[in-house]
Design a protein around this ligand. Structure first.
Ligand code: SF4
Length: 395
């Protein structure tokens, strides 16, 4: 199977990236033809205003990928913007993609509202209107085929109108002030590129005739859109593209050091570029069961982030069971428990850190690997574009 996937360059990778994505990619590269790209154009869909760190972030990602075990002998590793054919296919796909497919894409709305911290307000507004919308629907003098779907559409449209009116100052200006988001933020997020990024994603996958795309559940609507675009193209111009399958994988959850989702923006991440001392400091400050204040207080390992790390990094399963028992019985203190966990974590991180340093010492080689990967990708992309242009009578 040919697998295609990409990652936005947003800085150094952390444990969450490894267990959420890279570990799976490493498995896939063993048995499949794999194309993995640094999605630098995608990074611009939401962070176009500040590109100062873009090259640095791309470099960090390249270093991390190699240090974590993505292998240029097994995978085509490349940079999206080095293969301009992605942009051409994106343009052609944008001609055949109905705007409504993008506007109704749930990920687009979620991302937009999340970025602007509008999720709660939109949900509240929808919730408050549900009964009124139901009543209104009872008055419509036409037969409605799919009652539920239509109700959701109405609620979505009303919420969208409400949010726009809010930003236009037509509704209670204080509400907008409380949100601490400006009208400018709203319109600057609402770009053509942001709306159309699933079309670029479809181009990224289909240009290599990707058959499988490893994704998380939240990305499923995008893969569905890629399949719809492929179907539409094939219907209009003849069979050209496969309909790629989503490859859903269970990934272990790695909480951040404060127990929330691991994220750079929460300042709770353990990075592969961290030194041993930095990791040690982060671990010793990690959140634990808040009810266990002293060693002999009984603890609850099932809600403790340190214990979740034990499950990932402490190799001896008897020791994990012992920790579980001793924590519950108030026989183990959190400081000691963290020290034990740190050993396993360091055993995992130390060789990666070392490989990172090796890769960093020879940046020319790193650049060459990605140049060669981009060249291989370009050859495949060029061949697909020849077919596409012929199919569309563009040559
Ligand atoms: S002893 Fe370990 S598992 Fe128990 S609460 Fe403390 S850190 Fe968590």
């Amino acid at each position: 199977m040919r697998i295609v996937s990409g990652m936005r360059p947003t800085g150094k990778l952390h444990l969450g990236h490894y267990f959420g994505v890279i570990e799976n990619w490493k498995k896939l590269q063993e048995d499949h033809e794999t194309f993995f790209f640094v999605a630098d154009w995608h990074a611009l869909t939401t962070a176009y205003k500040n590109t100062k760190d873009l090259q640095k972030n791309i470099r960090e990602l390249m270093i991390d990928w190699l240090a974590l075990g993505l292998d240029p002998e097994k995978s085509v590793l490349f940079i999206q913007s080095k293969v301009k054919e992605h942009a051409e296919l994106h343009l052609l796909f944008s001609m055949i993609t109905p705007k409504s497919w993008l506007e109704w894409n749930p990920t687009y709305k979620d991302m937009k509202y999340n970025l602007l911290k509008l999720q709660d307000i939109a949900l509240q507004f929808r919730g408050g209107l549900r009964d009124a919308v139901k009543e209104f629907m009872g008055l419509i003098p036409y037969k409605i085929e799919d009652f539920e779907k239509f109700e959701e559409r109405l609620l979505d449209d009303l919420a969208e109108t409400f949010i726009s009116a809010l930003f236009e100052g037509e509704i209670e200006p204080q509400l907008l002030k409380n949100l601490n988001v400006s009208k400018r933020d709203f319109y600057e997020t609402d770009t053509y590129g942001f709306l159309g990024y699933p079309v670029l994603q479809a181009a990224d996958i289909l240009i290599y005739k990707g058959e499988g795309v490893p994704v998380g559940e939240d990305q499923l609507p995008h893969i569905e859109l890629t399949r719809e675009i492929a179907r539409r193209f094939n219907y209009l111009y003849g069979d050209t593209f496969p309909e790629p399958e989503a490859i859903l994988t269970e990934t272990p959850k790695v909480p951040g050091t404060d127990g929330r989702k691991m994220s750079k923006s929460y300042n709770n991440a353990i990075f592969f570029a961290d030194t041993e001392e930095e990791v040690q400091k982060k671990v010793m400050k990690m959140f634990t069961d808040p009810q266990k204040l002293r060693k002999n207080d009984p603890g609850r390992p099932d809600i403790c982030p340190v214990f979740m790390y034990h499950k990932l990094f402490t190799k001896d399963s008897d020791l994990i069971e012992q920790i579980d028992r001793d924590c519950r019985a108030g026989k183990l203190g959190c400081v000691e428990c963290k020290r034990i966990m740190l050993q396993g974590l360091e055993e995992f991180l130390a060789p990666i850190r070392e490989r990172r340093q090796t890769v960093e010492r020879d940046i020319d080689k790193l650049i060459q690997i990605f140049e060669e990967g981009s060249q291989k990708a370009r050859e495949k992309a060029k061949a697909t574009m020849e077919e596409v242009r012929t199919a569309m009578n563009l040559k």
